[in-house]
Design a protein around this ligand. Structure first.
Ligand SMILES: Nc1ncnc2c1ncn2[C@@H]1O[C@H](COP(=O)(O)OP(=O)(O)OP(=O)(O)O)[C@@H](O)[C@H]1O
Ligand SMILES: [Mg+2]
Length: 445
């Protein structure tokens, strides 16, 4: 069964990239360049999910959302927004948008969000024994992951603050999303706040908002991200990077459950759950004086530790197969499997980048491998040499060669239409032409 998705954006390139990124056996994607057209398409056919840009000439994303919600309140709606207009989008979430994504959209993220919205709240979640090897989008059959699932099941419906720990790429954000989308707050906003990307001097007003005239340049009232999560969940990603001065303000919010916008005397009572994640050793940060111990104890009512992939070898093949299947379906390839050598190598490798590294490696192998079966030659040298049965004559993939292969594949896929290939590669046509010249596919003009 496939889901019908409608994407609305006035930028044609963005439409092309998003639909190419999502289109698969599972997702049947159609597009429109105006919200008006989107409304008529929706009235004519039913769609299971809508993705819409916020800023569009004519009807904007928020008005469009209102129309769709009036026609079909249950249809999931995902808003796309540029960094400067996040608060508009989050505001629109009050009117029923499921979530927002900032542009440029990370396609992996989009897919997770779409999966969450479409299949994230299946009925069997109320059953205490849902799919054994999967909890929402988190896959794992190993004992450590089963323990993570069981902990999530026990705490998801409480209001406990949860700190998710783990190395990079172990699925901390995935776990935070799974907690929110399987909690009673699932119908309310999930607001991720990346403490590493918002500049420290802006973080205070981003988190708590301000009143008109609170400082020079505060022309309008601005709601803070915490306030916008009302009823839902905020997720502080990389909490270890939160500015020391703001840690105190966050602690006060956690204690009092209220916020005060900058320049206002009024306190606003909030019902917001706080999840956070870090890959740092917070206890060490505390002893170095970089992190407040009192905040740590508040955030850390429950600790979930995402185990590194090397400590759950049973999951490697399960996740690898899942990811390969997904790529094969999406690209309509019939037979997709791994050579036994590859499986042995995967088991022997230590996966310092964890699941993200595994996913990237499979995607790379899928692009580079000319066969239906992924064999050792399609893996990077550093991992190929782990098993003794390395075939002779395998030349090392160097980066320029890999890039050449990827460009060739993309061009092939688009019957050498450069504009389309550039979209597929996520670069401009001009950049593509420069690269083609560099690798001798075009003569310099
Ligand atoms: N158990 C899992 N099953 C399926 N996919 C997973 C699993 N764990 C992680 N992933 C995928 O791996 C990638 C990294 O996951 P995620 O962003 O949640 O990790 P993270 O711990 O937040 O990493 P970082 O510390 O780098 O931010 C994502 O594409 C996610 O979908
Ligand atoms: Mg993360």
């Amino acid at each position: 069964m496939s889901y019908r998705i409608l994407i609305v954006d006035d930028e044609i390139n963005s439409l092309k990239v998003l639909s190419a990124g999502l289109r698969s056996e599972q997702f049947n994607v159609e597009t429109a360049t105006t919200a008006q057209e989107g409304v008529s398409m929706f009235k004519e056919k039913h769609y299971d999910l809508i993705i819409s840009d916020y800023k569009m000439p004519g009807m904007n994303g928020e008005k469009f959302l209102e129309k769709i919600k009036a026609l079909s309140p249950e249809t999931p709606f995902v808003l796309l927004t540029a960094y400067g207009t996040i608060e508009l989008a989050v505001n629109a979430m009050r009117k029923g948008a499921n979530t927002y994504l900032t542009k440029p959209v990370n396609l992996d993220h989009l897919e997770t969000v779409v999966n969450d919205a479409l299949v994230g709240r299946p009925k069997e979640l109320d059953d205490e024994t849902p799919g054994k090897h999967q909890f929402l989008n988190i896959i794992g059959k190993s004992q450590p992951m089963q323990e993570v699932f069981s902990l999530i099941r026990r705490v998801r419906k409480t209001d406990a603050n949860i700190l998710v720990l783990g190395e990079s790429g172990t699925g901390k954000e995935l776990a935070a999303r799974a907690i929110h989308y399987s909690s009673l707050r699932a119908g309310h906003p999930f607001i991720p706040i990346d403490c590493t990307t918002i500049p420290a001097e802006l973080m205070g007003s981003e988190l708590f908002g301000y009143e008109k005239g609170a400082f020079t340049g505060a022309a309008e009232r601005k709601l803070g991200l915490i306030e916008m999560a009302q009823g839902g969940t905020v997720f502080f990603d990389e909490i270890g990077d939160l500015d020391f001065a703001l840690q105190k303000k966050l602690l006060r919010f956690l204690q009092e459950k209220e916020v005060r916008r900058l320049g206002s005397k009024e306190k606003i009572q909030l019902d917001v759950r706080v999840l956070s994640a870090t890959n740092r050793d917070i206890e060490e940060e505390i002893s170095n004086g970089n992190f407040r111990a009192d905040l740590y104890y508040r955030l850390n009512v429950i600790k979930i530790r995402m185990p590194p992939l090397r400590e759950r070898k049973e999951d490697i093949l399960l996740i690898a197969r899942h990811y390969l299947d997904h790529l094969c379906k999406k690209n309509k390839k019939a037979v997709c499997s791994f050579d036994p050598d590859v499986i042995a190598t995967f088991q022997a490798y230590s996966w310092p980048g964890n699941v993200r590294e595994l996913e990237n490696m499979i995607e790379r192998a899928f692009i580079l491998c000319p066969y239906d079966r992924i064999n050792l030659e399609c893996l990077p040298q550093k991992i190929r040499s782990l098993t003794n049965g390395e075939p002779a004559g395998c030349d090392e993939f160097n980066l320029p060669e890999m890039e050449r292969q990827i460009i060739l594949k993309a061009l092939d896929k688009c019957t050498w239409n450069q504009s389309q290939a550039a979209i597929l590669l996520g670069i401009s046509r001009k950049q593509l032409r420069t690269k083609m010249k560099n690798i001798g596919l075009l003569t310099s003009d």
